[in-house]
Design a protein around this ligand. Structure first.
Ligand SMILES: [Zn+2]
Length: 132
């Protein structure tokens, strides 16, 4: 189980900029990198269009997601998780997030109005430590 997410300041800034740019709607994207034991190392945060474009949910646009996945695969990387934003609420999984998390493996990084937090689903929502 993933317990730690390593991400660069640059990628965190990019996600924060995406939060601001898409307000009041949620923004989303994928985290490309590698998983080593209990650590997910993010090498690149890649924005993906939110096919739902709502204030309370997101859906990675399927074609863009596929392109991100195949690009990662080609470079020997994987999608270690997804990120999305909560522009007007805290970085805590919503009811919708909790239901969706059960079907989407990897780390869930949420950028909220109160900062960023990361989670995985492992018989329930578990916190993942963010390391810069
Ligand atoms: Zn959410």
């Amino acid at each position: 189980m993933i317990q730690e997410l390593k991400i660069s300041r640059k990628d965190m800034d990019l996600i924060q900029a995406e939060l601001e740019a898409n307000k009041p709607y949620e923004a989303c994207g994928v985290l490309v990198g590698t998983i080593n034991g209990s650590t997910a190392l993010v090498e690149k945060a890649l924005p993906v269009a939110n096919a739902r474009r709502t204030r309370t949910s997101f859906e990675l646009e399927p074609k863009e997601f596929y392109n991100a996945w195949s690009e990662a695969e080609k470079n020997g990387k994987e999608i270690v998780g997804v990120y999305h934003t909560h522009p007007v609420s805290s970085a805590v999984p919503s009811l919708w997030d909790r239901e969706t998390m059960q079907n989407v493996l990897g780390v869930w990084l949420i950028a909220g109005a109160d900062g960023m937090r990361a989670y995985v689903w492992e018989n329930g929502v578990k916190a993942v430590k963010i390391m810069l």
